[in-house]
Ligand binder design. Structure first.
Ligand SMILES: [Zn+2]
Length: 344
């Protein structure tokens, strides 16, 4: 049996609705024997799959946190067939501070998986998720937004996993989320991600990027709420009808991918980034898409930033200030055949 430093009085096998906490020792100058309490809600009713729904993996991404808090308050056990585990703010110290990284140890939760039992706070939380929550879950929804630094067209996203059966189930879940964009993702952000850890276990794993810029966008929140319910209905965890985009008078989900590093445009310099376009603009390779202004050298011409590939701009820099290497835009292209890499 794997050990953990996390204590909870939640019984994951108990029928009904439980609201409690994951407690982690948090010894500090002001509280020698103190604990960090992370809110968790578990709703179980009879047989059925288990869905783990988390947000606040990054603390400055708010739509998912609000979506899950509302779900945690409203869901009643009699509505559920199976088990739903809800954690609105996984990196709780980061969420309380409204920051991407934890103020306790400076770590990025979504680069800390699989985590360490005797690691720092963020790593201990990741370790608990890896060894105690992922193994008992069938479906994992990890709700992200762009954070302070980025802004997205709201999208549901997934990785191109190699197992054809897992891929097919994930793609169905991605489409049933009914976001404006379905993003088949190549990871450029590094290793240690929650979704990769869950994918390795063969789970059905869907993420999101819901607007961002540190806001709670009403449009993105609605998409998150409808999408999360749709996924739960799709897997039989809730009764009810899936709300399609068509039924809301909206065009179908546009399935896109950004397979090349060149699709992720980085700032060439420190300064103020001026984007020439809003999200959703189609651009061509070589087209100027923005420029960086140099605050202390008004006599210098701004440095031009060009698209390095054709595509739909699905993400752009949120705040004006940039440093060299910051992501200022992401270009995506339509997926021609979403089944093309499945080995039949
Ligand atoms: Zn995030």
């Amino acid at each position: 049996m794997t050990k953990t430093q996390v204590y909870t009085d939640i019984d994951y096998d108990k029928e009904g609705k439980q609201q409690g906490y994951l407690r982690i020792p948090h010894s500090r100058d002001s509280s020698g024997w103190g604990n960090l309490f992370i809110p968790i809600t578990v709703i179980k009713n009879g047989r059925g799959p288990t869905a783990l729904i988390v947000a606040g993996n990054h603390g400055d991404e708010f739509e998912g946190q609000v979506c899950i808090m509302k779900l945690a308050r409203s869901l009643r056990p009699e509505e559920v067939n199976g088990r739903i585990i809800l954690i609105p703010a996984l990196n709780f110290p980061a969420a309380k501070a409204g920051k991407r990284l934890s103020p306790v140890d400076g770590k990025n939760m979504n680069r800390s998986f699989p985590g360490e039992r005797q690691g720092t706070m963020t790593s201990i939380i990741a370790h608990y998720v890896t060894h105690f929550l992922l193994p008992i879950s069938d479906i994992i929804l990890d709700l992200h937004s762009g954070g302070y630094s980025m802004q997205f067209i709201p999208c549901a996203l997934m990785h191109k996993v190699e197992n054809p059966d897992q891929y097919k189930k994930m793609l169905e879940a991605l489409l049933v989320f009914n976001a404006p964009i379905g993003f088949l993702m190549r990871e450029v952000a590094g290793e240690g991600l929650l979704n990769e850890e869950a994918e390795k276990m063969g789970k059905i794993v869907i993420g999101t990027e819901l607007a961002g810029s540190g806001q709670v966008s009403p449009t993105a929140l609605k998409i998150a709420e409808v999408g999360t319910r749709n996924v739960l209905i799709h897997f039989g965890l809730l009764n009810g009808e899936i709300i399609t985009r068509e039924s809301q008078g909206l065009p179908p989900t546009r399935l896109v991918e950004s397979p090349n590093r060149k699709d992720y445009v980085m700032s060439p310099a420190d300064g103020i980034y001026e984007s020439f376009y809003e999200l959703g603009t189609e651009v061509k390779k070589g087209q100027p898409i923005g420029q960086v202004h140099f605050l202390d050298r008004v006599d210098w011409e701004p440095e031009e930033v060009r698209a390095e590939s054709d595509g739909l701009m699905i993400c752009r820099r949120g705040p004006g200030l940039v440093e060299r290497g910051d992501c200022v835009a992401v270009m995506a292209r339509d997926v021609k055949n979403s089944g093309s890499w499945i080995k039949e």
